[in-house]
Design a protein around this ligand. Structure first.
Ligand code: GMT
Length: 375
């Protein structure tokens, strides 16, 4: 089967899921064509079954906004024709499902229409997609897809609540390749903390929705009771909030490590004791699942799909969105009880195994097959 994957190339969750899915399919012998504006961050382009097609936007002084969606649908049309693709898989409704629909119309003119699967990832539904500027186009392109999947039950509920969806939405949860998280001999805890200190970690694109100010406040509360360090991985608009916090709390400067974007994320997750995710919205929380795959329990809010991943009292603890005190207390409870910490680390890993790629990949393959058959 030849599959075209349309996705964001960035470190964001939807791009990572699309890339990991495409690479796993390629490893199983599928021919996978990625169409995006840049090479996806984790894509192994050396795999002979993987192809990358960059969307080039022709800039022109007349345009105040360059027409990316037109260039994207033209590229989809060309790739489907050139490589004789069997199916398109759009990750994120805007602009991918929308552009794929346009490409399908062009292909239909050539009697070469192709099935389209759209996977909803979260912000395309819960944030951006609801804005009046996009809502009708998002609803339309979801309904024009031949199959729709959502990464959690919570996101499916939100989609049905916010849009008039005329087709079945299949929940196919995000997944993790646990083999990439095998015991790491090179993990050097001492690079980040003294032997008597615990390590808290937060990984995100530091957008307001991630509430990094709460991550910092939780750490400040925890650090008063438990000797600890905080690692923050990622870059984004709320970096300024971190700098401001450090200016106001200079005594914590030596206890907070800001690593920016890192490639060996797993290595650092593996040496952490607890992952903080106080998000305001999270359709799934892939970052939490990655932490769990690295034996790290999670203290989080109960936003969106997080409770489907982080199980209260088993793999970590959850509190209402914004309840910094509860999240801090849970963290102190966990980090001051080594027996509980060991148990939750184990539970976190067991939970990650339930979401293993081995279990989820066949569901995608089956969905592709039935979508093509019904088309
Ligand atoms: O929130 C992000 O960091 C990026 C965002 C995206 O659209 O790429 O992530 C969304 O998709 C991920 C993969 O399905 C989910 O794990 C995230 O929970 C979801 N983010 C939100 O819903 C805010």
């Amino acid at each position: 089967m030849k599959i075209g994957i349309l996705c964001y190339p960035t470190y964001g969750g939807s791009g990572i899921v699309a890339t990991e899915l495409g690479m796993s399919l390629a490893n199983k012998g599928y021919e996978v064509h990625f169409i995006s504006n840049a090479l996806p961050a984790r894509l192994d382009i050396t795999n002979p079954n993987i192809f990358f097609h960059r969307v080039n936007v022709q800039t022109y002084p007349l345009f105040q906004y360059q027409p990316y969606d037109i260039a994207l649908s033209s590229m989809i049309y060309r790739v489907v024709n050139l490589y004789k693709l069997d199916l398109l898989h759009a990750h994120y409704a805007i602009p991918y499902a929308y552009a794929a629909f346009t490409a399908k119309q062009m292909l239909r003119e050539d009697n070469n229409d192709i099935p389209l699967v759209t996977t909803l990832h979260g912000t395309d539904i819960t944030l951006v997609g609801q804005h009046p500027s996009y809502k009708h186009a998002v609803e339309f392109s979801i309904n024009q897809s031949d199959a729709i999947t959502s990464v959690s039950e919570s996101l499916k509920r939100d989609t049905l609540q916010f849009f008039k969806i005329k087709k079945e939405i299949q929940v196919i949860t995000n997944f993790i390749d646990n083999s990439e998280f095998d015991e790491c001999n090179e993990c050097q805890r001492t690079q980040f903390a003294n032997p008597d200190e615990k390590i808290l970690i937060h990984v995100s694109n530091l957008r307001p929705v991630k509430r990094v100010d709460e991550v910092l406040q939780i750490f400040k509360n925890v650090e008063k009771k438990v000797k600890s360090k905080l690692i923050i991985i990622g870059e984004g608009p709320d970096m300024e909030k971190i700098n401001q916090f450090l200016e106001e709390n200079p005594e914590l400067i030596s206890k907070i490590r800001l690593l920016g974007k890192v490639n060996d994320l797993y290595r650092i997750l593996q040496l952490s004791d607890v992952f903080l995710l106080p998000s305001e919205q999270e359709s799934f929380g892939l970052a939490a699942l990655e932490a769990m795959a690295a034996n790290t329990p999670v203290i989080s809010s109960n936003a969106g799909g997080i409770p489907e991943v982080n199980i209260q009292g088993e793999t970590g603890f959850l509190a209402e969105i914004g309840n910094v005190e509860a999240m801090s207390n849970y963290c102190i409870k966990l980090l001051s009880n080594d027996e509980l910490l060991t148990e939750m680390k184990q539970n976190a890993k067991e939970q990650a195994i339930k979401f293993d790629l081995k279990n989820i990949l066949p569901i995608y393959e089956e969905m592709y097959r039935t979508t093509i058959e019904k088309f």
